[in-house]
Design a protein around this ligand. Structure first.
Ligand code: ADP
Ligand code: MG
Length: 627
C-alpha cells in the first residue's frame, strides 16, 4: 500500500515556485508589481545576461521594516490582505504572499529595505530557501531585491531557459506590461549595463506608448473612450494600416493590471472585421476600470486571467465603442499612409523598384528556360501596371490564322475555318509549349483570366495565381540551391521592433544569413539590416523584417527553416507576380502559358488556391446538349 505523507516545506515551496516563477521574466513581473504596490514613483530594473546572472529591481516605495523582513520572504505572508473578504476586492497587484518566497526558494536572493521612518536599512539573504539573519545596512528609502543564479537548485527548470536574447525578450515584455499603464511612474530597464528604456514620468499616455512600442505605431492610434457606469473604457486602438499576424500587441489593462481576456479580444476582432485582412490581428492599448468587487482576480496563478461578474456587458461596451469610433472616422484618409523610407532614400518610387524587381525576375526566369530548339519562347517583360506599358487589349479578331487550339474556337466569337485547326495536337499537356512566340495562345478575359484550350479541354487560368506559382517555385529552387545573391545596403537600415521581437529575430541570425538577410543588434529594440537578397528588392528591409518576425511569433513554436523560407518566398512571389487587372499583351500571355508547363504544380498558387479551371469536352458537350 502506498503511504501518504505530508510533503516537506522545501518541496511544497519548490512546487509553488514553479507556478509563479517560470522564467526570469516572471521574477521581474513580481518584483515590479511589489514596487508599484509599495507606492514607488521610480522603479529601476537591471538585468545581467537575460536574467541568468542577475535581476535587480530597486524602488523608492514605502520600504519594509527590519523586523518584518523575515516574514516578507516567507510563504503566504502578505501585508495586502487581512481577511477572506479582502480577496474579493483586491486593489493591489499582489496579494497571495508567495512571490518573494517562491523566488527565494530557487535562487540566491538579497533584499535590502528601509522605511521613511527608520534611519538605516536592513538586509537579508535567502539562498535556495535558507534565510540568513537580518543585518543592518546603509541604503536609500525603498526596497531593492537582487535575484542571482535563478534555478541554480532546480536544474530541470534551468535547462528550459532559452537564449539570453529570448529571455530578455520576455523580461522586456513583462516590463512593458507594467510600464505601459503607469505613465506617471519613472521606469528604467538596463541590460548588461546598457540602458534599454528610460521612461521619465509623464501625464501623457501616448508618449509612454511611443517610448515602449515605437513612434511609428503611436502615430497611427485612435483614441476611444466610453463610460457604462461604473465601468470606464479608455485607450487607443491602431488604425487598420497597423496590424500584426499575432495578438500579442493587444494590451488590455484592468485597473492598472495587464490581463488577457478571450472575450474582450474577440470583441476587438469583431470590431475590426471587414476592416482588417483575414489573418491579421488588431493592436490596442485599452484600459478598463471598474470597482474591484466587479471582478475576481484570484483565478490564475500569475493573475493574467480574471473573471468578470458581467463579462457580456464589457464585451458589448468594447464592441460598440469601437464600432462607433470606426464609423465616425474615415479610416482610409484619417491617417496618412506610411512613408517608404528605403524608397525615398534611394530616390526611386515603390513602383519603379517593384518594376525593376519584376524585370530582374523575368530575365532570370527566362535564363532558366530551354535555350534552343523550335519550342523556345522568349519571355517578354511583364508590365508593372497597365498604365506604364500600355498594351492593346486582346481583341478576338486579332486571333492569329494559325490559332493552334482548334477546340477552343467554339468559345471564340470568331468564325474559324476548319482548315485553321492545328496540324498536330499535342498529346501530353506537360510538354506542350505555345508554338509561335508572336501569337497569343489564349484570350484574356476581364484582364484577369486566360482562356485557352488543351487537347479537348477548355482551360481557364487565373493569371495572377499562375504567375505567383511559377515565380515561387523558381525562387525556391534558387534559395535551396544556396544561390541567393544579396546586396549590401550602403547605409544599414534600422528597423524598430519590440525587445521581444528583436530577441526572436536575433536568435535566427544564422538562418537569415542563409537567406541572404544580414541583421545585427542595434540597441535592445532595434535591428540593423545591412544586407538583403537582391531578389527581394521589391520589399523594403522593414517589410522583410516584419514578415520574418510575424512568422517567428505565429504558432508559438520555432518555425522550421523550410517554413521560414517558404513564407518569405510566398509573399515575395505574390508581390512580384502580375496582378488580376493587368492587361497582358499576346507575348506575355504566350510566355506565361509556356512557363506553366515548367511548374511542378501549376494547378495551385503557393497559398493553395487553384490556378486553373478545366472543362472537358464531355462536360461541354453535356452542357450544350450534344450528348
Ligand atoms: P504579495 O505581493 O502577494 O503580498 P510578495 O511575496 O510579493 O507577496 O511580498 C510579500 C510582502 O512583502 C508584501 O505583502 C509586502 O508587504 C512586502 N514587500 C514585498 N516587496 C516590497 C517592496 N518592494 N516594497 C515594500 N514592501 C514589499
Ligand atoms: Mg507580490
Amino acid at each position: 500500500m502506498p503511504t501518504i505523507r505530508q510533503l516537506p516545506p522545501s518541496v511544497v515551496n519548490k512546487i509553488a515556485a514553479g507556478e509563479v516563477i517560470e522564467r526570469p521574466g516572471s521574477v521581474v513581473k513580481e518584483l515590479m508589481e511589489n514596487a508599484l504596490d509599495a507606492g514607488a514613483t521610480r522603479v529601476d530594473v537591471s538585468i545581467e545576461r537575460g536574467g541568468n546572472d542577475l535581476i535587480r529591481v530597486a524602488d523608492n516605495g514605502c520600504g519594509i521594516e527590519a523586523e518584518q523582513l523575515p516574514l516578507a520572504v516567507s510563504s503566504h505572508a502578505t501585508s495586502k490582505l487581512t481577511n477572506a473578504e479582502d480577496l474579493f476586492c483586491v486593489g493591489t497587484l499582489g496579494f497571495r504572499g508567495e512571490a518573494l518566497a517562491s523566488m527565494a526558494e530557487v535562487s540566491r536572493m538579497t533584499i535590502r529595505s528601509r522605511t521613511r521612518e527608520s534611519l538605516g536599512g536592513a538586509e537579508q539573504e535567502v539562498h535556495g530557501g535558507k534565510a540568513s539573519e537580518v543585518s543592518p545596512c546603509g541604503c536609500p528609502i525603498g526596497t531593492t531585491v537582487e535575484v542571482r543564479q535563478l534555478f541554480f537548485n532546480t536544474p530541470v527548470r534551468r535547462k528550459f531557459l532559452k537564449s539570453v536574447q529570448t529571455e530578455f525578450g520576455h523580461i522586456s515584455e513583462a516590463f512593458t506590461r507594467l510600464a505601459l499603464p503607469h505613465p506617471q511612474i519613472h521606469f528604467t530597464l538596463q541590460h548588461n549595463g546598457r540602458m534599454v528604456y528610460d521612461l521619465p514620468p509623464s501625464d501623457d499616455w501616448l508618449s509612454r506608448i511611443a517610448a515602449l512600442l515605437g513612434r511609428d505605431l503611436a502615430d497611427h492610434l485612435l483614441w476611444v473612450e466610453s463610460v457604462d457606469e461604473p465601468v470606464r473604457l479608455r485607450g487607443y486602438v491602431a488604425h487598420p494600416s497597423q496590424s500584426r499576424s499575432h495578438s500579442r500587441m493587444q494590451y488590455l489593462f484592468l485597473n492598472g493590471r495587464h490581463i488577457r481576456d478571450r472575450a474582450l479580444q474577440h470583441a476587438l476582432a469583431e470590431a475590426y472585421r471587414g476592416i482588417l485582412t483575414v489573418g491579421r490581428s488588431p493592436i490596442c492599448c485599452l484600459s478598463l476600470s471598474m470597482p474591484a468587487e466587479y471582478v475576481d482576480v484570484n483565478v490564475h496563478p500569475t493573475k493574467l486571467e480574471v473573471r468578470f461578474q458581467e463579462g457580456g456587458r464589457h464585451y458589448s461596451q468594447l464592441l460598440s465603442t469601437l464600432r462607433t469610433r470606426f464609423l465616425s472616422s474615415n479610416l482610409t484618409h484619417h491617417i496618412p499612409e506610411e512613408p517608404e523610407p528605403a524608397a525615398e532614400a534611394a530616390g526611386t518610387s515603390m513602383d519603379q523598384r517593384a518594376s525593376d524587381a519584376k524585370q530582374e525576375l523575368m530575365s532570370w526566369v527566362n535564363s532558366q528556360l530551354p535555350t534552343a530548339g523550335p519550342n523556345q519562347v522568349d519571355l517578354p517583360p511583364i508590365p508593372n501596371s497597365p498604365a506604364e506599358e500600355p498594351h492593346e487589349p486582346l481583341k478576338t479578331h486579332q486571333l492569329p490564322p494559325d490559332w493552334p487550339l482548334g477546340n477552343v474556337a467554339s468559345v471564340s466569337p470568331v468564325q474559324q475555318e476548319p482548315s485553321t485547326a492545328p496540324p498536330s495536337k499535342p498529346s501530353d499537356p506537360s510538354t506542350y509549349i505555345a508554338p509561335n512566340e508572336n501569337h497569343s495562345a489564349a484570350l484574356q478575359v476581364g484582364n484577369r483570366y486566360l482562356v485557352t484550350g488543351e487537347q479537348e479541354n477548355l482551360v481557364i487560368i487565373d493569371q495572377h495565381a499562375l504567375h505567383e506559382r511559377i515565380l515561387y517555385e523558381q525562387l525556391r529552387e534558387r534559395v535551396l540551391a544556396g544561390k541567393v545573391e544579396s546586396q549590401r545596403l550602403l547605409v544599414p537600415e534600422p528597423v524598430e521592433l519590440s525587445a521581444q521581437e528583436t530577441g526572436l529575430l536575433l536568435d535566427q541570425q544564422p538562418l537569415l544569413a542563409e537567406l541572404g538577410i544580414e541583421i545585427e543588434a542595434f540597441g535592445e529594440s532595434t535591428v540593423l539590416v545591412s544586407r538583403y537578397p537582391a531578389m527581394l528588392k521589391n520589399l523594403t528591409p522593414r517589410e522583410i523584417v516584419h514578415e520574418v518576425v510575424s512568422l517567428l511569433l505565429s504558432g508559438g513554436k520555432r518555425p522550421e527553416r523550410r517554413d521560414l523560407i517558404d513564407s518569405i518566398l510566398h509573399s515575395m512571389s505574390c508581390k512580384a507576380a502580375i496582378k488580376a487587372g493587368d492587361k497582358l499583351g499576346p507575348e506575355e500571355i504566350s510566355s506565361l502559358l509556356a512557363q506553366r508547363h515548367l511548374a511542378q504544380d501549376a494547378h495551385h498558387c503557393p497559398h493553395g488556391r487553384p490556378t486553373t479551371l478545366v472543362l472537358s469536352r464531355e462536360q461541354l458537350d453535356k452542357h450544350f446538349k450534344r450528348i
